[in-house]
Design a protein around this ligand. Structure first.
Ligand SMILES: C[S@@+](CC[C@H](N)C(=O)[O-])C[C@H]1O[C@@H](n2cnc3c(N)ncnc32)[C@H](O)[C@@H]1O
Length: 285
């Protein structure tokens, strides 16, 4: 079978994330509480402060654009860009609730940014770049739109072994159906998990002072069932695998996922480790 073209991948991404936008809004408060530490890390690594004009790539429902808007204040501004209009609609609703007038969300593809050269003081991104069919093209775009001597900070998932949060259901689904190994360059959750992979692309694009850190954390769930429902509602790539199982397989697989998740119980909370790779780089003068 032929590999899908970049255009086909982008269209599938758009459909996938639009499909789960309701789930993101449903679980927004919970995931905001659990994963806000990543937004703070990105805001710090990108050296954000009042007055800066910042671009958030693959903003989805507004992370980390909303914290960024609070950080740069009304003397600065934020643009969040994403393929999926329905994710952005949720982001806009949240910005309105927070009374943030300095953030706008617009649809677009990260690999062809609709902005002039040297028009941003920082670029940030959380959990988007690994889904692109042409990541070096996006890195070149980041270099183009950044002003000299400014920073990019991006978070991507690290290795599956260190991410039971995502690995548990994927492994269990694989017990029921054969999933052919993806080509190393195929977009997906773990496409940029390897140390040096994204950092190397920034180096190729001429960035300086590059750091590539694995940032470990946990996500806490009140029950295994809560974990299962929330993940299945928001994780479009895992949903895509799940729908390949028939209803009998799904029932069995769900029980196996719940049992595996229980192994991570600490008292009344299921605590699932996550490992995120944070890449930071400076566009030189
Ligand atoms: C896992 S979500 C992350 C959303 C948000 N940054 C967060 O961390 O909550 C991935 C997002 O990347 C977006 N995305 C994927 N490929 C993209 C592309 N080529 N251009 C713009 N956005 C893209 C998806 O539409 C989706 O909203």
């Amino acid at each position: 079978m032929n590999s899908p073209s970049p255009e086909q991948i982008i269209e599938s991404q758009r459909q996938d994330w639009n499909r789960v936008a309701d789930g993101w809004e449903k679980w927004d408060r919970f995931f905001d509480e659990q994963m806000a530490f990543l937004n703070h890390r990105l805001v710090g690594d990108a050296r954000l402060r009042a007055g800066l004009r910042v671009l958030d790539l693959g903003s989805g429902t507004g992370y980390p654009a909303l914290l960024t808007a609070q950080t740069v204040g009304t003397s600065g501004g934020v643009i969040g860009i994403d393929l999926a209009e329905q994710m952005l609609e949720a982001a806009r609703r949240k910005a309105a609730v927070l009374k943030l007038s300095n953030v706008t969300f617009r649809t677009g593809d990260v690999t062809t940014l609709p902005f002039e050269a040297a028009s941003f003081d920082a670029v940030i991104s959380r959990f988007c770049l690994m889904f692109l069919p042409e990541i070096p093209k996006a890195v070149a775009e980041i270099a183009r739109v950044l002003k000299q001597d400014t920073w990019v900070a991006a978070a991507v998932w690290s290795a599956p072994e260190k991410n039971p949060y995502l690995k548990i259901p994927i492994d269990i689904i694989k017990q029921f159906i054969e999933i052919p190994p993806a080509e190393p360059s195929a977009p997906g959750i773990f496409r940029l998990a390897k140390s040096g992979e994204l950092a190397g692309m920034f180096q190729q694009a001429g960035f300086a002072d590059i750091s590539d850190d694995e940032f470990l954390g946990d996500v806490g769930f009140p029950s295994a069932d809560n974990y299962f429902s929330s993940l299945m509602d928001i994780a479009a790539p895992i949903q895509n695998l799940w729908t390949k199982l028939n209803p009998v397989q799904q029932k069995d697989a769900k029980q196996r996922i719940l049992d595996a998740t229980e192994q991570y119980r600490k008292g009344s909370i299921i605590t699932l480790p996550i490992a995120v790779r944070i890449i930071t780089a400076r566009k030189p003068t």
